[in-house]
Design a protein around this ligand. Structure first.
Ligand SMILES: Nc1ncnc2c1ncn2[C@@H]1O[C@H](COP(=O)(O)OP(=O)(O)OP(=O)(O)O)[C@@H](O)[C@H]1O
Length: 157
């Protein structure tokens, strides 16, 4: 069995899209292994998004804080029998900018935001879901959201 990490962002919960989003994975034989419920704080966002905060700087960080800090999210470990799980999940999720995401993807079908609008409104783009982009990052992100012990249980030491 293969495992990866996703996190449903605050807009997915506020818009009551959780069940609809999960149908996209179920249809492709990807199941939920573990599900959490997390009210996010600054520290968690600083760790989870450390790479982009470092790359894009303070303004990007404060936009992420406006999007996430104090909000509810649902982190999950997903599973399937296919080695292509990480890539399969990324394909099902679609492009980061929902206005550019293909039809049939979660962000393309259910996303209602665009990078252009975010830029003009000076904020982070609401794109419903985060998905790990490698097994290595899935391991790290699972440790951040569920703890090291849980991460090692699925991804090894
Ligand atoms: N140009 C942008 N304008 C507005 N928001 C952005 C922009 N780039 C990224 N973001 C926001 O920051 C998040 C993290 O950016 P990143 O480049 O890691 O994209 P991603 O890997 O597709 O997204 P995630 O890590 O959330 O899955 C994006 O999901 C989005 O919410």
């Amino acid at each position: 069995m293969y495992y990866s990490f996703i996190m449903l962002k605050p807009d997915a919960l506020k818009r009551h899209l959780v069940e609809q989003i999960m149908q996209y994975f179920k249809k492709e034989g990807i199941e939920i292994e573990r599900l959490g419920f997390k009210k996010v704080d600054e520290q968690l966002i600083d760790v989870h998004y450390a790479h982009v905060i470092e790359k894009y700087g303070d303004v990007f960080r404060s936009r992420l804080m406006d999007y996430f800090n104090g909000q509810d999210t649902i982190p999950m470990i997903l599973k399937s029998g296919k080695e292509s799980l990480v890539a399969d999940i990324r394909r099902i999720v679609g492009a980061t900018d929902p206005s550019k995401a293909d039809h049939g993807t979660i962000r393309g079908d259910l996303g209602d935001d665009s990078f252009d609008r975010c830029a003009s409104e000076n904020r982070s783009c609401y794109n419903l879901i985060h998905a790990s982009d490698s097994f290595e990052n899935a391991k790290e992100e699972t440790a951040v959201w569920f703890g090291k012990e849980v991460s090692e249980q699925y991804f090894g030491k």
